[in-house]
Design a protein around this ligand. Structure first.
Ligand code: GDP
Ligand code: IMO
Ligand code: MG
Length: 430
């Protein structure tokens, strides 16, 4: 039995989807525990590319795939994603379960998200506009609607009428006539149709997962976003609204911490970030442009260009601690092929000149202190044999591992499934 959490160690888009897909080969289930369709997880195999937003990446191998209670679900978007997968001949219905306790992203959540961002102007968070923040606000404020609530349609109708009334008043107070009022009747009709389609998927997922664990099954927990987008430990307020850390998996699925056997940290060999917020090692020069073009760094959900910068060892060391990472998968090493010299941030200098090698509360106004290493300047794209990796890359990996305090267990040299080197495969049951 293994219960492995796959978690992003930076600001998301580290390559979680690729690794979850790889490890699913012999997993019995893949479970999402937080976030919603703000995520965009890319999986490539053969000549196909899939981008999953809500459905766990395990679905592509037709493995039991579960949306846990900690996820916020936009039903219309979920149905669209299921339809797209089915059109690509993936058997979704027989493999997907959705927690009856998962919260719904309602139409007003998206409106509040977009309108608030617009109002913030330059100070905006740069959200994905999917209504994630407002949906989690209502969850914690105890005024959300859970998928299971739809099963009692008449009670749902009454609740919806009350909530829509309150949301319309709030919208008018905040944004005046800019936003048309919502109609409870229209939303009810729409959700009645959604329910017809999704009813077969709704289950008591904590029971399902715990039974699988008792039967000794192998389960993967697919994190979304990344450590520094965590609502408590990230670069607040430029974060998402859930606990993205490995610790969030237990509450977001309904299992005890004693069940977890491994935490695999997904680490990009450099750093990227989408949206606003501090980013100490960001490169606003031709090196940044090279990382962006070589790494095709455009958001999988919104298509926005990702900000790019050098590898920041302070961030990943903190991620190793916060998540209890037992080993890491280092991704996108091939993107560094053309660099003559590589830089790693090993410390920060604050505005008063003070040096520190651990993360301050705020990442604003710090200047990274770099260590330089020679690049390999040859193509590493698609290498699958450890012995063929350039010696400079091995030195870079060794230094990363030393600085962040975690061993490397997977090396990724391209976006496709097979462009991967798994060191000591036994530990991941593949
Ligand atoms: P996720 O959100 O963590 O699943 O990551 P995304 O899918 O948003 O972004 C990662 C991007 O990098 C995707 O386009 C992947 O296809 C791609 N990718 C993953 N691993 C590698 C790799 O080792 N090399 C290259 N060149 N691309 C990779
Ligand atoms: P995956 O799972 C990268 C970022 C947004 C924004 C902030 C808040 O693909 O790694 P939100 O819509 O969640 O309220 O936006 O979080 N963000 C991501 N950045 N990868 C993601 O997911 C992200 N999900 C949200 O860009 O800065
Ligand atoms: Mg992504």
């Amino acid at each position: 039995m293994a219960c492995v959490i796959v978690v992003g160690t930076q600001w998301g888009d580290e390559g979680k989807g690729k690794i979850v897909d790889l490890l699913t080969e012999r997993a019995d289930a893949v479970v999402r525990y937080q976030g919603g369709n703000n995520a965009g997880h890319t999986v490539m195999f053969g000549d196909k590319t899939f981008i999953l937003h809500l459905v766990p990446s395990g679905i592509l191998r037709e493995t039991t795939s579960i949306l846990g209670n900690g996820v916020v679900v936009d039903l219309a978007e979920l149905i669209k994603e299921i339809d797209e997968l089915e059109q690509m001949a993936i058997a979704v219905e027989s493999h997907l379960s959705i927690s009856d306790r998962a919260q719904l992203v309602m139409p007003w959540h998206k409106t509040f998200d977009l309108m608030r961002e617009e109002r913030k102007g330059k100070k905006k968070i740069g959200t994905t506009g999917r209504g994630i923040g407002p949906a989690y606000e209502d969850k914690v404020g105890r005024s959300g609607i859970r998928i299971g609530d739809l099963l009692e349609l008449e009670q749902f109708r009454t609740r919806l009428e009350e909530i829509v009334d309150e949301k319309n008043q709030l919208l008018e107070q905040c944004f005046g006539a800019d936003v048309p009022a919502f109609s409870a009747e229209e939303i009810f009709k729409e959700f009645e149709v959604h329910l017809k389609k999704l009813k077969p998927y709704i289950r008591d997922t904590p029971l399902l997962v715990n039974q699988m664990i008792e039967e000794g099954k192998n389960i993967l927990f697919e994190g979304a976003q990344g450590t520094f987008l965590d609502v408590d430990h990230g670069t607040y307020p430029f974060v998402t609204s859930s606990n993205t850390l490995a610790g969030g998996a237990c509450a977001g699925v309904g299992i005890g911490p004693t069940r977890i056997t491994d935490v695999l940290g997904i680490v990009k060999a450099y750093t990227t970030r989408v949206g606003s917020g501090p980013f100490p090692t960001e490169l606003l020069d031709s090196y940044g442009e090279l990382l962006q073009s070589e790494g095709h760094e455009f958001g999988a959900t919104t298509g926005r260009p990702r900000r790019c910068g050098w590898f920041d060892a302070l961030l990943v060391r903190q991620a190793v601690r916060l998540n209890g990472i037992t080993s890491m998968a280092v991704m996108k090493l091939d993107v560094l092929d053309k660099f003559e010299t590589l830089k790693i941030a090993v410390g920060y200098r604050s505005s008063n000149g003070e040096f520190r090698d651990n993360l301050p509360r705020s990442l604003e106004n710090v200047t990274p202190v770099y260590e330089e290493m020679p690049g390999w300047q040859c193509s590493s794209e698609g290498i699958t044999e450890y012995a063929q990796l350039p010696s400079e890359m091995l030195a870079y990996l060794e230094r990363m591992s030393e600085l962040v305090g975690a061993k490397v267990s997977i090396i990724s040299t391209g976006p496709k499934r097979e462009e991967t080197i798994v060191l000591n495969p036994d530990q991941f049951w593949i």
